[in-house]
Design a protein around this ligand. Sequence first.
Ligand code: AKG
Ligand code: FE2
Length: 304
Amino acid sequence: MGTAATAAIATLKKNGFAKLSQKVLSSEETKEFESIIDRLHADKSISVDYSANSPSAASLIGRDQRLDFLLNKILAHPEVQGVLSQVVGDDFKIWEISTRISMDTDPGLGMHVDAVGQCNLAYLINDQTTPAGVTSFWPGSHLLPRSFINKVGLALDWIGSYYWKKMFVPLTGTAGDVAFFVNKTYHGRLPAPASGGQRKIILMGCFPVGSRFKPIQQHVPFDSIEQPELRKRLSLSQGVHTMGDGFVMVGPEGAKSSSYTMSIEPAGPASFKTFWMASKARLANLCFGVYKRLRPNRSEVSHA
Ligand SMILES: O=C(O)CCC(=O)C(=O)O
Ligand SMILES: [Fe+2]
């Protein structure tokens, strides 16, 4: 692992998001990437979802050999691998690989947090050097409890966007930049004006051992994906177990989650944990009481 990954890991742990200082595709590949995405969106061959206030397409894999090759190259890059292995562990799985295109007059996306354990990789497809229409973060908020973040969020909504916008840091950059963010960091997308052009990114949702997600189908079955890193991360035939409610959990049943993103989540619902610890303490007391009652007789016998 090189200096770019080491620096990104330190920043990510401090702020909840970080950019890699090194590009992972050549400038020709970066341009090719954008033209493939533009072509796929233009010919309507992928289904586009508007639920996050901007066009987003999720089943990209298996449609274009060069796109699969370039996505695989991003994921398999040693610096990217270095960051992900420290943040979501070596056995993480990928839930979604999607495009997000912020268009002119994008109303933005409200501030929020996402799934437990999730860490997104963001790849900037084109230049986006001003805050309009880009993902934006409240630095350090990934270290706060979720319930607190949600309460602060409500308060910020009430105070109004003028003040809270100053607290947030936008993920600006140039084409080919790679960034990572812990999805527990309070984040959203800033609105864009009428003539700002398009801001295009790829988002890859990475899930560590012990976290859960609902799989999204790709254009081809996961196990027939040719590119090895893409197949390894998307395949559900090993490295996950099913939960019975449409969700899968990463890792074998009962696996211990030791990733960074799981370490900043509480281990379980507080009430259950407290109840369990109290029960164990009560049981230990009972055993000790019984032992003390029996012990004098037994010691008399043994020392007689
Ligand atoms: O569209 C955006 O910039 C926000 C994306 C987002 O919320 C996410 O990837 O979790
Ligand atoms: Fe999000």
